[in-house]
Design a protein around this ligand. Structure first.
Ligand code: 15L
Length: 278
C-alpha cells in the first residue's frame, strides 16, 4: 500500500481530507502547522511544525510515496506571510521530496491564479494565468515550481486549481466554482492511484452546469466528477448575492476587490491588452 502524507491536516479542507482518507483505511501521516494534532485512529502518524524547517519536512516525507500538500496560507494576506508560507515553505517541501524520494505531490493551487478573468470567459487548462492578488500569485509561482521539479528532478505533480470546496454551494458564484467533497475525495483517490502523471494541472471543480472551466485535460487522471452545483441552484438563487458588482464580474469573486485601484471598476478586463500565456 502506498504511503500517503497530508500537510495542512488541521486546516479547513485538510480536516475533511484527513477524516475521509482515514475512513478509507489509508495509513496516513498527517501534519499540522502550529498546533499539535491528536491521532484520529491508532495507525495515524501525526506531527506538526513549520515546513520552512528541512528537519520537519524530512519527518513529514520520510518513506512517503504521495504528498497531498494542503498547507499554506489559503486567503489573501500581507505579502511577507504569503512569501513564508506559500513560497519558502513550498521550496522546502519540494527539496524534501527530492531528498526523501517522494514520487508525487498533489499541490493545492487555486482558482485565484486566474481570478482576473471575467465570468463571461471559459477557460482551458492551458489559459494564461491572471492572478487576482498576492495569494493567487503565490499559486502561479507554486504551479511553475512544481513544473520545474518535474522537469529537473522527475518529481510528479498534480496542481489542482481548487474552486470553492464546500459541502454545498451557498452563493451564486459557487454555481460555477463548486468542488463538492465527494468529488474532492474521488479526485484525490485518482491522484493516489493513477499511473504515470508527470506534471499536470487540473481544475478542482465538480461537474457544474455553469462551470467556467474546461477540464478535459484531466481525463488521463481518470477524474470523473458526479456532483453538480445546479442541484442547489433554486435554493442558492433565492438568497442574497454577497458579492459586490466587481466581485460578480470576475471569476475570483471577492478577492478581486481587495486592494483594487483601477478607476474603471466597471472594466471587464477586455480593454486590457490580451493576456499572454506565462
Ligand atoms: C480559495 O482559494 C480559498 O482558499 C477559499 O477560501 C475560497 O475563497 C475559494 O478559493 C473560492 O474562490 O471560493
Amino acid at each position: 500500500m502506498k504511503k500517503i502524507a497530508l500537510s495542512g491536516a488541521g486546516g479547513q479542507l485538510g480536516s475533511v481530507v484527513r477524516t475521509a482518507l482515514i475512513a478509507r483505511g489509508i495509513p496516513l501521516r498527517s501534519a499540522g502547522g502550529t498546533k499539535p494534532l491528536v491521532a484520529l485512529v491508532e495507525r495515524e502518524d501525526v506531527m506538526h511544525g513549520d515546513l520552512r524547517d528541512p528537519a520537519i519536512v524530512d519527518r513529514l516525507l520520510n518513506g512517503v510515496d504521495v504528498l497531498i500538500h494542503f498547507a499554506g496560507t489559503s486567503v489573501e494576506r500581507p505579502l511577507p506571510e504569503i512569501i513564508d508560507n506559500n513560497l519558502r515553505a513550498l521550496v522546502e517541501v519540494y527539496e524534501g521530496a527530492r531528498r526523501q524520494g517522494v514520487r508525487r505531490v498533489v499541490f493545492a493551487s487555486s482558482n485565484h491564479a486566474i481570478g482576473m478573468y471575467p465570468v463571461t470567459e471559459h477557460l482551458e487548462l492551458d489559459c494564461a494565468l491572471r492572478p487576482d492578488g498576492f495569494y493567487g500569485l503565490s499559486k502561479v509561482w507554486g504551479e511553475a515550481l512544481a513544473r520545474m521539479y518535474w522537469d529537473k528532478h522527475g518529481i510528479e505533480s498534480i496542481c489542482v486549481r481548487i474552486g470553492s470546496c464546500l459541502e454545498r454551494p451557498t452563493e451564486p458564484r459557487h454555481l460555477s466554482t463548486w468542488f463538492g467533497h465527494s468529488d474532492l475525495m474521488h479526485f484525490l483517490d485518482r491522484c493516489i492511484e493513477a499511473e504515470s502523471v508527470g506534471f499536470m494541472t487540473v481544475w478542482g471543480v465538480s461537474a457544474n452546469t455553469r462551470s467556467w472551466w474546461d477540464n478535459c485535460g484531466a481525463e488521463r487522471l481518470g477524474y470523473e466528477p458526479t456532483q453538480n452545483a445546479e442541484d442547489y441552484a433554486a435554493q442558492v438563487l433565492a438568497g442574497p448575492n454577497p458579492l459586490d458588482a466587481l466581485g460578480q464580474r470576475y471569476q475570483g469573486g471577492s478577492f478581486v476587490g481587495l486592494d483594487y485601484s483601477r478607476e474603471d471598476s466597471a472594466s471587464d478586463g477586455s480593454s486590457a491588452p490580451a493576456a499572454q500565456p506565462i
